[in-house]
Design a protein around this ligand. Structure first.
Ligand SMILES: Cc1cc2nc3c(=O)[nH]c(=O)nc-3n(C[C@H](O)[C@H](O)[C@H](O)COP(=O)(O)O)c2cc1C
Length: 227
């Protein structure tokens, strides 16, 4: 059997394929939100998409803490402000000024925040495929976040990932047990707009690398530029 003999339901029609690429290229990290409430059915579909991510040994190590309470968001915003002040010290001069001018979160404006965690003990201690690379549980959780991000984009919702946070403080605020890792803190809502390119590119922080510069042929020493 070749792929040409696949049944129709196993293939994507050109418009369906284009919709997948459209979602990937139109996804943005969003930090500016409008206050419109989120439709519950869309949120459920997005979480279901996250829960259908691949995971090592089908471990499904994730949990999604869904946060709506303004008091909780306020505490997390305070933790962000402290972490941002610390991070800013890594830069100097114009770079530091630019860093401090950037909006790097939408914690309080976003109607929903989601803290995505990883339980490395789930289905343990022996998990198929994880014994040599134990961090594959975290990789799996990142796959769930990417599914969530793309599904949100297809629903017209924006997500902003906030990593300028102390994991210890987050765990304290959200009462997360010690053995659970925080992988991502996400803000979700209808965006003011979806920008055509990353904001960090627009403001001149960094450019997207050319694809040919990140592809190597056969080995790490393989000449770049072809595939
Ligand atoms: C693991 C991770 C952590 C991130 N943390 C932050 C953050 O703390 N604040 C922020 O504004 N953006 C954060 N981002 C978003 C990136 O800046 C953004 O993905 C990148 O600039 C490319 O832009 P795009 O997502 O719009 O394509 C994070 C993204 C990832 C994947």
């Amino acid at each position: 059997m070749t792929h040409e003999s696949w049944p129709a339901e196993a293939t994507f029609a050109p418009a369906e394929r284009d919709a997948v690429y459209k979602t990937i290229f139109a996804r943005r990290d969003v930090r500016r939100f409008v206050s419109s409430p989120l439709p519950g059915d869309a949120v459920e579909r997005i979480l279901l998409a996250a829960h259908h991510a691949p995971s090592v040994g089908f471990m499904q190590p994730w949990n999604f803490i869904v946060i709506r309470e303004p008091r909780t968001k306020k505490l997390i915003k305070e933790a962000f402000l402290l972490a941002r002040r610390q991070e800013a010290e890594q830069f100097s001069g114009e770079r530091k000024k630019l860093y401090l001018s950037l909006k790097l979160e939408g914690i309080e404006e976003a109607p929903l925040n989601i803290c995505v965690t990883c339980d490395s003990t789930r289905h343990g201690p022996a998990v198929l495929g994880r014994s040599l690379i134990p961090q594959t549980d975290i990789y799996s959780t990142c796959c769930a976040i990417q599914n969530l991000w793309l599904a949100a984009r297809a629903e017209g919702l924006g997500i902003g990932w906030v990593s300028i946070l102390s994991e210890e403080r987050l765990k304290e605020i959200l009462r997360i047990p010690g053995h659970i890792a925080v992988v991502g803190y996400l803000c979700m809502g209808y965006p003011e707009r979806f920008e055509p390119k990353p904001e960090l590119e627009t403001v001149g922080w960094l450019d997207r690398l050319p694809l040919r510069d990140v592809i190597l042929n056969e080995t790490w020493n393989g000449k770049v530029g072809g595939y």
